[in-house]
Design a protein around this ligand. Sequence first.
Ligand SMILES: Cc1cc2nc3c(=O)[nH]c(=O)nc-3n(C[C@H](O)[C@H](O)[C@H](O)COP(=O)(O)OP(=O)(O)OC[C@H]3O[C@@H](n4cnc5c(N)ncnc54)[C@H](O)[C@@H]3O)c2cc1C
Length: 290
Amino acid sequence: MKQSLCTIINNIEIMPGVHLISFESPYIAAIAQPGQFITIDCNDVLLRRPFSIHKANSGQVSILFQTVGKGTAWLSKQKNGNKLNILGPLGRAFNVNTKSKHLLLIGGGIGIAPLIFLIQRTLSEHLITLVHGANTASLLYPLSSLKFHNSKEKQRYENNSYPLIDSKFHYISVTNDGSSGYKGVATDVITDSLNWADQVFACGPTGMYITMLKLIENIQFSNPNTESNKYHQDNIEKLYKCQLSLEVRMGCGIGTCYGCSINTKNGMKKVCLDGPIFELDQILWDEILI
Ligand SMILES: Cc1cc2nc3c(=O)[nH]c(=O)nc-3n(C[C@H](O)[C@H](O)[C@H](O)COP(=O)(O)OP(=O)(O)OC[C@H]3O[C@@H](n4cnc5c(N)ncnc54)[C@H](O)[C@@H]3O)c2cc1C
């Protein structure tokens, strides 16, 4: 982890109210892992604001963020050439098991941010299904902005084998209003992919994680635990072990203030140090909601 002033290379509004900022940081680009985050000093806002690393390569790092308050409003107005005070990379990364081939990624809204970095780092060795749920079509992540610098990936991109469906990468879009893809929420369409997946990764609002827990209950309820439905038990286990990024309000971001502590089955954990990646069944969700 290092604090440095990083020059902005690009700041564009790629979806309504959602900005993609890229800045120079050879240090972070070299060592960051998918799931980790940075914090940014947003001018006169008291605490540094945390953002997942969205992309990192060739000495450049990007974040994807939604304007929700004072800090993100300030950030959205920064111009190319301005310097950002960045601290990172911070936190624990997603853990992709070396034996896993098939990865299911579930993004809710702006939760797509860290999943793109995970795709960027795993696509050459894995088969991936990405489910992205958004309120409406204009808030679905523009897959044309997926650019890969690894030569194999670059070739696939240039050959137009992105986006949508090819043999290695399958993209399923879902919108609440039905304006694109399936109508509903991301978790409505994951059952088939769950059968196929070796591991599940997610990032989205707390409500999405609660829906995943309800989905587990539904699978359990409609398929009582017998030897013959081991298949369903496997899916339940995969969902329980889903690695998710927990985006709670954060104080210092480096483990000193305890501001982001949560209660888990393994005791109190600091989201900034012990997370932000946790397994779904580790977290005591009732206490998060209070
Ligand atoms: C580890 C981590 C990674 C994150 N990654 C991203 C990301 O990649 N892209 C992105 O857009 N946002 C991300 N966030 C959330 C982001 O940090 C907040 O949106 C940001 O700090 C808001 O700052 P603000 O000053 O603009 O808003 P504030 O004035 O602080 O708050 C405005 C509104 O946003 C809500 N809010 C503030 N912080 C959070 C939060 N952490 N989670 C949920 N709601 C919040 C507040 O409740 C309030 O309603 C992440 C948060 C964490 C902890």
